[in-house]
Design a protein around this ligand. Sequence first.
Ligand SMILES: *Cc1c(COP(=O)(O)O)cnc(C)c1O
Length: 467
Amino acid sequence: MPNLSTNTPTAELQAVDAAHHMHPFTHGAGLADKGARIITRADGVWLNDSDGNRILDAMAGLWCVNVGYGRHELAEAAARQMRELPYYNTFFQTSHVPAIALAERLAELAPGDLNHVFYASSGSEANDTNLRLVRTYWAEKGQPQKQWVISRWNAYHGSSVGSGSLGGMKGMHAQGGMPIPGIAYIDQPNWWAEGGDMTPEDFGLERARQLEAKILELGPENVAAFIAEPVQGAGGVIVPPETYWPEIQRIVDQYGILLIADEVICGFGRTGNWFGCQTMGIRPDIMTIAKGLSSGYQPIGGSILSDAVAEVISGCEFNHGYTYSGHPVACAVALENLRILQDEGIVERVRDETGPYLKEKFEGLTEHPLVGEAKIVGMMGSLALTPDKASRSAFASEAGTVGYVCRERCFANNLIMRHVGDRMIISPPLVISREEIDDLINRAWRSLDEAHVLLKEQGLMQAAVSN
Ligand SMILES: *Cc1c(COP(=O)(O)O)cnc(C)c1O
């Protein structure tokens, strides 16, 4: 039995990892060949790995470490709560102070009459809750046939059977019997890839009106809800045209369809406001939260319901919940995380200072020959790589080939930037400083340059034949 620690040689850690640890969204053979990168410590926006590299984490882990790494207040909040009450459930008419205090705080922060919190331990769980919740809502209101939920292709709402079905990731649907019945999909508002000759404004309206067409096709009396991320995250940071969300809001209002805003990434400052729905000017009936709620220091998620929805659900026994719904340690850490975001003015700083600064620098990357467009809202952004800017062409190679080459150059330059197909994405900790933003942009330039050289060498700068 090896006694593993951060002092164990990397190769040994990698061998044991490959032998026993199954990784999410990872090809096992590739991992065994290359070995996993092993992260040992982190502070602010910086990760250290077992080989002694210092890496700029422009993804905030998985979009979640909003206050940055190494915040001792959060460790102390957890330790304090573990000593006092490490666990108790919230089933069967019991409660505890952390769950109560966090719910009150979330009701204060959430816009409008979103005042009621149902806890989960992740975004996937929270969206599973939402799926059952919206159907239960309509059944309780005497419209049990209102069951369909409409989502979008290339949306990401989680990885459980329910939330993965709500999502529109075809690669996920292809495995394990998804999607479950009762979920319909419309196209995403990705103008760069799918907008053809339309202006972004016309395209935004066209994509929003697909919702209206789908509602009419299914019958408004059969549709429970529409779910969407204010800005698609895992789908490649797709920022919709400005015409999109107002039209969606008109449609859900007109047909009496509940709107679920999946704020798992957009929430807690990511877009420069507390919630993405505020940035996009929409009024959801339910918000999904997770990730930045605790800055990833504890697994916690939830659904925030409007007064009207909560009133109906409270009128029945909703036979649903998780052992860890409202886990006291997770709630205590989330509460402390929200205090840090508030007291340090982090959301305002993203909106007024570092966000605009990052936007200017990030948009400057469009001067690079590989970059067709740069889209950014607050601190989530993406670059569309292209062999031909004027025609917005895709590459002739399989989607993701070029993105992967670029991602590997980023890794080599100790910059964590992800690729989704041939889009490069960032979502740095919200506490990133101006100097660190400069550093991020410099490393991105260098990585793009190196990728460009390799792509030319490998003959990968070919445009796909447009259809
Ligand atoms: C990450 C994510 C989820 C799933 O959250 P998990 O905590 O991984 O289950 C759901 N929705 C969105 C928008 C996400 O980005």
